[in-house]
Design a protein around this ligand. Structure first.
Ligand code: KIV
Length: 271
């Protein structure tokens, strides 16, 4: 087992793959949960642009902004001692030009204290990945269902089901590894293809809806805690039912306030 309290680094992640140790990743958007996930031994906290949907209520990740991602990454970093903190670069912050990508990713690193950034896409972002890695910014890749391209992909659908797109995914993964990415998220990819890609790489793969053979797994925290009840994809396992707990607690609180039962003498200051 990896040393529980040793900070997680890009070097340690590759060593974990070599030792066959699974990498535990969750999304995280604030310091409160960062402290809890750190204490529970999570290896990587991904400040996903999913924050724009899950917490901010938008339909897609496309309207997430750099300032929004910097704010959430900064507060996650405050709560995290051991885990690696990775910031998702939002749509249009790295696609326009290499110079803009360097400036924006550099800003993220300087202003948040995070350890790495994540870019969506394969071969088309390989040179940008290389440029960031060359100036010392670790890059996590993201292939398969890339939510920033949801309209071009025709919805949130499994990718790589036919041989042509499977071949493109394999080539994209190789291109990202060659460009210096330290890990690759595989989202909504058939399990046998994710297994093949995982075996072909020396860097770890982190799966979400990509089967059990990936080197690690990631889930969106409010989804796996059962806080986001309408979202029920096949790959999601709920480890708690917190929406129910919240409803129950708040209903009880409201009743006690209305009936004058809260606060009681034990919650009041006699003088
Ligand atoms: O934005 C996000 O939360 C992500 C994960 C689902 C991998 O990119």
């Amino acid at each position: 087992m990896a040393d529980e309290r040793k900070p997680v680094t890009v070097v340690e992640l590759v060593a974990m793959k070599q030792r066959g140790e699974r990498i535990v990743v969750l999304t995280c958007y604030d310091a409160l949960f960062a402290r809890l996930l750190d204490a529970a031994g999570v290896d990587i906290l991904l400040v996903g642009d999913s924050v724009n949907q899950v917490l901010a209520g938008a339909d897609t990740t496309l309207s997430a902004t750099l300032d929004q991602m910097i704010y959430h990454t900064k507060i996650v970093r405050r709560g995290a001692a051991r885990p690696m903190v990775v910031c998702d670069m939002p749509f249009l912050s790295y696609q326009v030009s290499r110079e803009e990508a360097i400036r924006n990713a550099g800003r993220v690193m300087q202003e948040t204290g995070c350890h790495a950034v994540k870019l969506e896409g394969g071969a088309p972002v390989a040179e940008t990945t290389r440029a960031l890695v060359n100036i010392g910014i670790p890059v996590m890749g993201h292939l398969g269902l890339t939510p920033q391209s949801v309209h071009a992909l025709g919805g949130y659908r499994v990718q790589g089901r036919d041989e042509r797109s499977a071949e493109r995914l394999r080539a994209d993964a190789t291109a990202l590894e060659e460009a210096g990415a330290f890990a690759i998220v595989l989202e909504l990819v058939p399990a046998p293809l994710a297994s093949q890609i995982t075996k072909s790489l020396t860097i770890p793969t982190i799966g979400i809806g990509a089967g059990p053979a990936c080197d690690g797994q990631v889930l969106v925290l409010p989804d796996m805690l059962g806080l986001n009840e309408p979202f029920t994809p096949k790959f999601l396992k709920r480890y708690a039912a917190l929406a129910e707990d919240v409803r129950e607690a708040v209903t009880l609180y409201a009743a006690e306030v209305r009936e004058g039962r809260y606060p009681g003498p034990e919650h009041s200051f006699p003088k």
